[in-house]
Design a binder for this molecule. Structure first.
Ligand SMILES: NC(=O)c1ccc[n+]([C@@H]2O[C@H](COP(=O)([O-])OP(=O)(O)OC[C@H]3O[C@@H](n4cnc5c(N)ncnc54)[C@H](O)[C@@H]3O)[C@@H](O)[C@H]2O)c1
Length: 369
C-alpha cells in the first residue's frame, strides 16, 4: 500500500484541488481521479492525474491497483441545486451510484480512511441555528437528498465492512489559495463571493440580492463562510485522525460565525475599491434567513487548530487575487458574455448561493444554503 498516497475523486475541482495542495504540503501524494468534466486540468498540480469516471468500477479498480492508496477523499459530485430539481436522474446517478462505486472500491482495496464531502443542504430548513449534527435532516431538493442518501450508505458500509470514514458537512466554501495558485473557476458561477467580485469589476451585470427583508440585522440572508484553504486543512487533519484509528464520525465544517449578504458586499467593495451594483429581488422560496454551523463536535474531534477560522476579509482578498489572474470572461457593458448572457447561464443555483445571482426561477426555490 502506498502509505502516503491518497486518492482524491474530483481533485481537479474547486475544493478538491485545494485539498490536493494541502495533502502535498503534509507529505502525501494526492492521486486525482477526475473525469475533467469541468475542464480544470490546470488545477491538478500536486500529484498524478488519473482521468476516469467514478461510475466506472473497472477504471477505479485499475487506479486503486496502480497506486494502492491508503486513503480516499471523495469530492466528485454534481452540486447545483436548481439543476438537481430539473434533472434529478443525473444527480441520483452520479451522487449516489457514483458514490457507491467509490465506496465499493475503497472497501475492496482495504483503505484505512475515507472522507466524504457532504453538505449543510441535508438539514433543509433548520428549526434553529447554530445547527448541530444531530439536527433533523430534511433536504428540500434532490441535491441534498442524494448527499443524505450517500451518507446513509456510507454509514452502513462503515458498520458492515470496516470502512473507517468521516462525513464532513460543509457550510459555504469560499475564497482561494492564499498563494494564488488555484481558485474557484466555473462555467456556471452561482456562488456569492465570485459573483459579487465580478459585478464589482464590471465583468457582469448587477447582482440580484434575493431578499432584503429577512429577520436579520440588515435584512439580508446570513450564511457561514468557510475559507477553502481552511477546509482543505480540516480534511488532512480528519484523514490523519482516521489513520491513527479514530472512530467514524459526522462533522459540520463551518466557522460558527454568520455573515450577511450585505456584509459580503461591503467586504468586496472594500477589497476592490468599487461598488457592487445590486438590484433588489424577492426572497427565494425555501431560503432560510440564517444557516450557521455549530462546530463544537469538529473542534473536539479534529482539535481547535484544525477548525476553519479565516475571516471574511481574508476570504474576499484571496478570492479577488485569484480572480485578477483570470481572463476577463465578460466585458463590461454586456455583449457576448455580458449581463444577459450571464443571466441565461445562472438559472441554476448552487447549494452555496445565498439569495443572489443574476436571474433565477421559481422552480429553483427551496435553496437550503
Ligand atoms: N462548494 C461548496 O460550497 C460546497 C459546499 C458543500 C458541499 N460541497 C461538496 O463538495 C464537493 C466538491 O465541490 P466543489 O465545489 O469543489 O465542486 P466542483 O464542481 O468544483 O468539483 C467537482 C469535480 O468532480 C469532477 N467530476 C464530476 N463528475 C465526475 C465523474 N462522474 N467522475 C469523476 N469526476 C467527476 C469534476 O470534473 C470536478 O473536477 C462536492 O461533492 C459538493 O457537493 C461543496
Amino acid at each position: 500500500m502506498g502509505e502516503c498516497d491518497v486518492l482524491v475523486t474530483g481533485g481537479a475541482g474547486y475544493i478538491g484541488s485545494h485539498v490536493c495542495k494541502a495533502l502535498a504540503e503534509s507529505g502525501y501524494t494526492p492521486i486525482t481521479y477526475d473525469d475533467l468534466s469541468i475542464d480544470n486540468r490546470r488545477a491538478v498540480r500536486w500529484g498524478p492525474l488519473e482521468v476516469g469516471d467514478i461510475r466506472d468500477p473497472a477504471r477505479l479498480n485499475e487506479v486503486f491497483l496502480r497506486h494502492r492508496p491508503a486513503g480516499v477523499l471523495h469530492f466528485a459530485a454534481l452540486s447545483l441545486v436548481g439543476e438537481s430539481m430539473i434533472d434529478p436522474a443525473r444527480y441520483w446517478n452520479l451522487n449516489l451510484q457514483g458514490a457507491q462505486c467509490v465506496f465499493d472500491a475503497a472497501r475492496r482495496h482495504g483503505v484505512r480512511g475515507l472522507v466524504f464531502s457532504s453538505t449543510c443542504a441535508i438539514y433543509g430548513i433548520p428549526a434553529s441555528v447554530p445547527i448541530d449534527e444531530d439536527a433533523p435532516t430534511n433536504p428540500v431538493n434532490p441535491y441534498g437528498a442524494t448527499k443524505l442518501a450517500a451518507e446513509r450508505m456510507l454509514g452502513d458500509y462503515g458498520a458492515a465492512y470496516d470502512l473507517p470514514h468521516l462525513i464532513l458537512r460543509y457550510f459555504n466554501a469560499a475564497g482561494a489559495d492564499p498563494e494564488v495558485e488555484i481558485g474557484e473557476r466555473r462555467d456556471v458561477e452561482t456562488h456569492l463571493v465570485p459573483l459579487a467580485i465580478d459585478a464589482s469589476l464590471g465583468r457582469r451585470g448587477p447582482l440580484r440580492v434575493m431578499g432584503d427583508d429577512y429577520p436579520t440585522p440588515d435584512g439580508t440572508a446570513i450564511r457561514d463562510y468557510v475559507h477553502v484553504a481552511d477546509l482543505a486543512r480540516a480534511h488532512v487533519a480528519g484523514l490523519e485522525k482516521l489513520f491513527a484509528g479514530a472512530a467514524s464520525r459526522t462533522l459540520n465544517i463551518g466557522t460558527g460565525r454568520g455573515t450577511s449578504v450585505r456584509e459580503i458586499l461591503d467586504a468586496v467593495e472594500a477589497a476592490t475599491g468599487h461598488e457592487v451594483p445590486t438590484v433588489a429581488a424577492p426572497r427565494r422560496p425555501g431560503d432560510p434567513p440564517e444557516l450557521v454551523a455549530n462546530a463544537a463536535r469538529a473542534r473536539d474531534v479534529l482539535g481547535p487548530d484544525h477548525l476553519p477560522r479565516s475571516d471574511i476579509d481574508t476570504i474576499v482578498r484571496t478570492a479577488l487575487a485569484w480572480h485578477r489572474t483570470l481572463e476577463d470572461p465578460t466585458p463590461p457593458g454586456g455583449g457576448p458574455g455580458g449581463a444577459e448572457a450571464h443571466a441565461t447561464r445562472s438559472v441554476f443555483s448552487s447549494e452555496a448561493a445565498v439569495g443572489t445571482s443574476a436571474r433565477t426561477t421559481s422552480r429553483i426555490g427551496k435553496v437550503p444554503t
